[in-house]
Structure formats: C-alpha cells, structure tokens
Design a protein around this ligand. Sequence first.
Ligand code: HXC
Ligand code: NAP
Length: 291
Amino acid sequence: MQNTTMLKEDSLRGKIIIVTGGGTGLGRSMAKSFLHLGAKVVITSRKEEVLKKTSEELANETKGEVLPVKCDVRNYEEIEAMMKTVINKFGSFNVLLNNAAGNFISPTERLSHRAFDTVVDIVLKGSYNCTLAAGKYWIKEKINGSVLSIVAPYAFTGSGYVVPSACGKAGVLALTQSLAAEWGKYKIRLNAISPGPFPSEGAWSRLMPGELMKKFDPAKATALNRLGEHHELANLASYLVSDYSSYVTGENVVIDGGMWLKGAGQFNLCEMIPPEMWDAIEQLTRKGKSS
Ligand code: HXC
Ligand code: NAP
C-alpha cells in the first residue's frame, strides 16, 4: 500500500485551507498532507495548547506554513474572528475543511437533552456556522472557494447508539448537497467524505472504550477486513480540495473498506457459515428446486 501523497508536488500550491479540529486525529493527518502538497494550513479547535504543539510538529515535519487559531465552531463570532486572523496573516483563504466533531456511544434514552445538543451543536451547527461565514466572504470577494465536510456512512444509513452524531452528520450531508446546487453559480464547490473506521484516539476512546474494542472489532465489520489508514483518507481529501476535482460538487465519497455495504446486504452474514457446511446447504437448496 502506498504511504505517500498521491498528487504531485505543489498540487495544492495557492490553497489556503482552514481545518477545523485540525490539532488531532484525522484532521491533523489531512493537514499534514495538504502541507506536503504546498498549501498553507490553518488548524483550529478549542484547545490552544494542542494546536500550538501540533502546528510546531507539522511545520517541522513538512517545512510548510501552519497557523494555529483557537476557535469553538459552535460560536459564530469566534469563527468570524478566526477568519479575520487568517485573512490578516495569509491575505485570504479558499478552502474550508469541516472536520471538527463530538461523539460518544450511548443508548439514546440515557441521553439528556443537553448531551444531544452538545453533539449536534459541534457537528451540524459548527459546520453550517463555518460554511456560512466562509461562503459570505467568498461571494463578497468573488473567490472560487471549496468546502469539504467529513461525515460518516451513517449520515445516509442512520445508526443506533450514536443518534445525535447521525442526526448531525445527516444535516451536514444535506447542507453539502443543498449548497452545492445553490452556490454553484458562485463557483463554490461543496463535497463530503464518509470515512469508515480509521483509528484515532478521539474516536476510539468515545466509541469503543475498554472491552468494547475486543467485542466489536471494527476491522471485521468491513469487507476488506481491516481498518483504514490515515494516508488513504488524506489522499482522497487532497484530491477533493484540489483543482483536479474542479467538476466534482455535491458528492459524498465513501471510504470505508466496504463497511456499510457489508452491514446492509441481507445475506452477507453467510460468511460465518464454515466451508464444510456448504455441501449440506447445497443439497438442501437443490432439493428446493423440485418442491
Ligand atoms: C452520556 C454524556 C457523555 C457520555 C458527555 N455527556 N459525555 N452523556 N454519555 N459519554 C453529556 C454530559 O453529561 C452533559 O450533559 C453534556 O453531554 C455535555 O457534556 P460536556 O462534557 O460538558 O461537553 P463538552 O465539554 O462540550 O464535550 C463534548 C463531548 C466530548 C462531545 C462530550 O467528548 C468532546 O469534547 N469530544 C470532542 C472530540 C470527539 O468527540 N471526537 C470523536 C469524533 S469520532 P448534562 O445533561 O449532564 O449537562 C466520530 C466518528 C464518527 O465522530 C463515525 C465513526 C464510524
Ligand atoms: P478527533 O481527533 O477527536 O477529532 C475531533 C476534533 O474536533 C478534535 O480535534 C477536537 O478538538 C475538535 N472539536 C471538538 N469540538 C469542537 C468545537 N466545539 N470547536 C472546534 N473544534 C472542536 O477524532 P477523529 O477521529 O480525528 O475525527 C475527525 C473527523 O472524522 C470527525 O468529523 C469525525 O466525525 C470523522 N470520522 C471519524 C471516523 C474515525 O473512524 N475516526 C470515522 C468517520 C468519521 P478540541 O477538543 O481541541 O476542540
């Protein structure tokens, strides 16, 4: 498997990319690929110390320009202030990556309404806040911007036990498709990525704590029987924010090793049938022909 950037050097030269939640996990990995490809990158989240440390590491690893800016995506004024800081530093920006999220597994009836709000506010409100602020700026300044949002396959399938996240991600997908149609006239593109299981401390600690990881090995839920690797997602994200994808808008690209299809196909559980049982099953199904 290739552990390198797919696009050629300097493919993202001229891009100034804001990555929400860029201090950790998948956001950090995507930011690193963007830097390798020549983009200037802004990483934002609520934790200033984490952002500072990550931006120093990324600058050292890639020799690129990284700007850490503290910003809670739930607060529109903070987003406007963050974007002002970016424009002061880099002169402009032309890509927004909605990556920040909050999530935890729980039976829905155990959640308080505040817990529900907390997740939906980070995921959906955070994404529409950032998208609205960026869009207003791009339309005013006639910038051909692009928004990429990280959702999940359950944005279109739904899923129990992560219901606030599923509601939020479904809303972000609707935002992506709706604005792709509405803002195409401004040459603004909006796309989404639905990742399957990609290991990150943030997701693993909240979705598969303790013994759960052993009970529900997420690798086994995929058709390819393995977890995603960060560079696989980062390559896809790099393509979708680059000009190579200039005719792609309103799209949601699934990168999940066949996870949701495996869960959806009615007979896919037949893989649990041992090979030696198939002879007996075949006899029975052949008999079925004469009945
Ligand atoms: C039930 C919970 C809870 C839990 C918090 N709450 N954790 N309820 N089970 N595990 C409740 C609290 O009791 C409170 O309600 C309300 O939620 C707000 O909690 P706070 O801790 O005050 O919220 P906050 O400090 O804003 O933290 C937000 C957070 C936290 C979402 C709870 O986990 C966080 O900061 N997460 C950010 C990173 C993250 O989640 N990364 C994972 C993304 S993975 P009450 O009623 O008591 O006031 C992902 C993968 C998707 O999205 C797809 C996978 C395939
Ligand atoms: P992560 O490391 O926990 O990333 C979430 C980031 O969001 C953190 O950096 C967090 O930083 C930031 N954040 C949370 N609340 C915020 C707020 N109010 N304002 C600004 N930033 C905030 O987890 P991850 O796995 O990399 O997730 C990244 C994205 O991928 C998320 O959209 C997630 O839903 C999606 N995803 C992940 C997987 C997976 O398998 N890992 C699968 C499908 C989709 P602070 O705490 O510092 O604010």
